[in-house]
Design a protein. Structure first.
Length: 660
């Protein structure tokens, strides 16, 4: 494998920005010519350049990496403007990767057929192989529905062992394509339906504009991906809306159960057939579902509590409904006009039922939804029997999938495709084939294979697999998130006022406050803020006296989160803050002093995140009302993925924080 080492050494992909792409399209390359992006005519709507750069950190390897060698190392591809469609192109060295299947000795040899392209899936934290082809024997080409981190790999040959929770033998010969390796190891559905998994959310869906800066939202995200966010925006109808961003490639279910004045907004996100079906679940459960890489919303009406919580979790119900709706769309041999008409029926049904929910019907029965479909479709819209039947089929499939999703608990992700097939067969055959006699059910297992082979895209199948993989790697059945929403005290300064006084550089939100007595300034209020700009983030700490005058300020860094601990002070009188730049939690300790604050080396320098207590958490292990700081440091031996976490407990000794 000496040749591979040479290829990897030559192709280190130095950071470079390409020449300009215009409406005519074109092919642009990285600085060393190892990686390129090919854009067809019309692929860009404005002059665009492409930046090729080494990822800030080396992405971790998945167990599947044991089946591949790396030809061209990871490169992060970032266009300056959206590109509608494009291919990623890797240069191959024929001296290293032979183009012919037979060697000089007449025997099969490892060749270009085993070369492939992988994309790093940020949600799963793993590399996923995507379909690719070889052109001219020297170019490896893959369609890039979304830009991310890519690399070129080469399938190993022989009887190999991959660690998937248990040793799995995979036999690979010289004819196996890289993308087919995953079919042989049970992860084929993830690679087949890549668009939803490898993508990044369309940020235009999550627009906190105009934001109601009277509200702050604190996110507690057990998925630890930094992809779940929320803000409160003002709507044209005068009603505030909690807008939730699900940047994960898996569906989530959100609930504000028991919170008066906080009701599901069922017209947030894409109003396609899958979204309509998902919203019907919300009508039956009083929840809101968001597909992977999508948004969800709750209206905040009347006089809701000043503080309330919306909770979310990975949703089997939404996953199965997404899958079932996608397959219904494939199975029904409908003309375009019929499809548009029955979707219009369902959207009108959804709007009608949403009004009922708003008038106090907390959740609606399946029967009530069926009655409304009959009324809207047959009486009001005078739809054809075909349209009525298809609308009914969707509603029945939703109810079936909802019941299956509630019972679907994965203990072994290897059986995930089988569980999905059983669920889809039950819903589809009952809802579509048996009851309404439209189309032939066929063998759904074969249908899935055919869809995959033809390149059809049902991202939700990959999302369901993603839930199983997340469950497997985290050891839990669900990952949860909580959005703690607080309406600001009227005496707190607005975002505009914070900018005017120099506490924030641009529009910001207040994420928490701590009232305390300062030895020099008297009654004071400490505020933590984060910016509203998701690209140029900043986090700040500011202290105001009783007159509103700014007495102390600290510029933080490019942090996702900054907020007071709960509770923010302990018996020592110190103030404790948590911050997160995107990977680990950090702890800041501030002790009011005549000069301002003592921080015990816990306050990161401006525009940085490293400090004495980065990668740490607070605890009160002995219940004495005084915090201990648990510092968790990875020794990264032999590497950070396999390293040992070493804990040190720091306690207040009356002078400083020290280990016992």
């Amino acid at each position: 494998m000496a040749g591979l080492a040479v290829v990897a050494r030559l192709h280190k992909v130095p950071e470079a920005i390409s020449p300009q792409l215009n409406s005519g399209g074109g092919l642009v390359w990285s600085g060393d010519g190892a990686v390129g992006v090919r854009v067809p005519p019309g692929g860009v709507s404005e002059p665009t350049r492409v930046r090729f750069r080494k990822p800030a950190t080396d992405p971790p390897e998945s167990p599947m990496s044991a089946l591949f060698d790396v030809l061209v190392p990871a490169v992060d591809i970032v266009p300056t403007h959206p590109i509608a469609t494009a291919d990623v192109v890797f240069k191959l060295d024929p001296a290293v990767v032979p183009s012919v299947a037979t060697g000089p000795d007449g025997k099969p040899q490892r060749n270009v057929a085993g070369a492939g392209v992988q994309v790093f899936n940020e949600t799963l934290g793993t590399w996923v192989t995507i379909p690719s082809s070889v052109q001219n024997g020297t170019e490896l080409v893959a369609h890039a529905p979304h830009f991310s981190i890519f690399r070129a790999i080469w399938t190993k040959v022989g009887e190999l062992v991959v660690d998937a929770g248990r040793a799995v033998k995979v036999v690979i010969d010289t004819t196996v394509k890289a993308v087919d390796v995953l079919w042989r190891t049970g992860l084929s559905l993830i690679t087949t339906f890549l668009n939803g998994l490898a993508g990044r959310i369309d940020e235009s869906k999550y627009r906190c504009d105009p934001v109601n800066d009277e509200y702050s939202v604190r996110v507690t995200d057990d998925t630890r991906q930094g992809q779940l966010r929320a803000c409160v925006v003002k709507q044209d109808n005068g009603v505030d809306k909690l807008l939730i961003r699900n940047g994960l490639a898996v569906p989530m279910r959100f609930s504000a159960s028991g919170v008066a004045g906080v009701t599901p907004n069922l017209v947030t996100g894409d109003l396609d057939l899958v979204s309509v079906a998902r919203n019907l679940i919300g009508l039956m459960t009083n929840d809101v579902a968001a597909s992977g890489l999508d948004v969800a919303g709750f209206d905040v009406v009347g006089a809701p509590p000043r503080q309330f919580t919306v909770k979310g979790e990975l949703s089997w119900e939404s996953a199965v409904v997404d899958l079932t709706m996608a397959l219904i769309t494939v199975l029904l041999p409908a003309g375009k006009a019929v499809t548009v008409e029955y979707r219009a029926v369902l959207i009108k049904v959804q709007e009608r039922l949403a009004l009922e929910v708003g008038k106090g019907a907390v959740r609606l029965s399946y029967q009530r939804i069926v009655e409304t479909v009959e009324l809207v479709a047959r009486v009001e819209m005078k739809a054809s029997p075909t349209v009525v039947n298809r609308a009914m089929a969707v509603v029945q499939a939703v109810d079936c999938a909802l019941n299956i999703g509630r019972k679907l608990i994965v203990h072994d992700w290897h059986d995930l495709p089988g569980q999905f097939v059983d669920a889809a067969r039950t819903c589809l055959i009952d809802a579509v084939v048996t009851k309404y006699k439209v189309g032939e059910g066929g063998d759904i297992v074969e249908l899935l294979k055919n869809i995959a082979q033809e390149g059809k895209q049902l991202p939700a199948i990959g999302q369901l697999a993603a839930i199983g993989v997340l469950n497997y790697f985290t050891g839990t059945n669900v990952a949860r998130v909580a959005f703690d929403v607080s309406k600001a005290d009227p005496l707190l300064p607005s975002s505009q006022r914070l900018v005017q006084m120099g506490a924030c550089k641009a529009a910001c939100r207040i994420t928490g406050q701590v009232d305390f007595d300062h030895p020099t300034w008297g009654p004071s209020r400490l505020l933590t803020t984060t910016s509203l700009n998701e690209i140029d983030r900043e986090a700040n700490i500011v202290v105001l006296d009783a007159t509103g005058r700014m007495r102390w300020h600290h510029w933080g860094g490019d942090w996702f989160e900054l907020a007071p601990a709960q509770p923010a002070r302990d018996k020592t009188g110190h103030i404790f803050l948590n911050y997160n730049p995107g990977r680990y939690n950090g702890v800041i300790v501030l002790r009011p002093s005549p000069q301002g604050f003592d921080n015990f080396e816990s306050l990161p320098p401006e525009n940085d995140y490293q400090s004495r207590f980065y990668s740490a958490s607070l605890q009160d292990e002995n219940g004495d009302g005084t915090y201990e700081i648990d510092s968790a440091i990875n020794d990264c031996d032999p590497n950070c993925a396999e390293g040992t976490i070493n804990h040190k407990i720091y306690r207040w000794n009356g002078r400083t924080y020290a280990t016992v």
